[in-house]
Design a protein around this ligand. Structure first.
Ligand SMILES: Cc1cc2nc3c(=O)[nH]c(=O)nc-3n(C[C@H](O)[C@H](O)[C@H](O)COP(=O)(O)O)c2cc1C
Length: 188
């Protein structure tokens, strides 16, 4: 029996009419069906990241606790001007050591046809500096406004299936890194 993994899904925006949140809900839903995986959808509307940086007064203690116990992360980002939102950057920036040597998978969402590919590409540079280990099987939600109904229900089931492969790679990487950490307590 393998150790269970805790892998939060990070949603990237607080925008009022946000559609990428539906994609994040779907990604979390798929994650929760994987045996041995516990997940949690981090909604930046509910968490509190008041400013920039990682000073104690700018942190949300719930996010600190969650990132500390996480074995990996799945980030779902919308594409804003060929990058990812400032909200997501503030959320990520609020911690540092808690990310070290943990894997991260990506899903991108956009109103255009590219499904957030440029947002993911720009995120990769950032997460590497944080000590996170990027997986390479990305998930894309192009024309995200057409993929869900007005209540966030998925209209095309193949997008649920497409979430599985990135999750599998993320889980594999999380297990591998956790095992390495457990056997090498000096270099974590
Ligand atoms: C500030 C801003 C910039 C955007 N820039 C892009 C862009 O560069 N490329 C793109 O395909 N869509 C862009 N969009 C549209 C979003 O991809 C679209 O809103 C999509 O639904 C995902 O974002 P959401 O979760 O905020 O809805 C932008 C939206 C906003 C609010």
């Amino acid at each position: 029996m393998q150790d269970s993994l805790f892998i939060p899904v990070l949603a990237g925006t607080t925008r009022e009419q946000r559609k990428s949140f539906w994609a994040a809900q779907l990604v979390a839903e798929v994650g929760s069906t994987i045996e041995g995986v516990e997940t949690y959808l981090v909604d930046p509307k509910v968490f509190y990241f008041p400013g920039d940086g990682n000073d104690p007064e700018g942190k949300d203690a719930r996010y600190s606790e969650l990132t500390s116990k996480a074995d990996g992360f799945f980030i779902v980002t919308p594409e804003y001007n060929h990058s990812f939102p400032g909200t997501l950057k503030r959320m990520l920036d609020s911690e540092l050591e808690n990310y070290n040597h943990k894997p991260v998978a990506f899903a991108g969402a956009s109103s255009g046809n590219w499904g957030g590919v440029r947002a993911i590409e720009s995120l990769v540079i950032t997460v590497r500096e944080m000590g996170l280990v990027a997986t390479y099987t990305d998930m894309h939600f192009p024309r995200v406004q057409d993929l869900f109904d007005s209540e966030g229900n998925l209209l095309d089931e193949k997008y649920r299936e497409r979430c599985i492969k990135p999750w599998q790679e993320l889980v594999w990487m999380a297990r591998a890194l956790k095992k390495a950490k457990n056997s090498d307590t000096q270099n974590n």
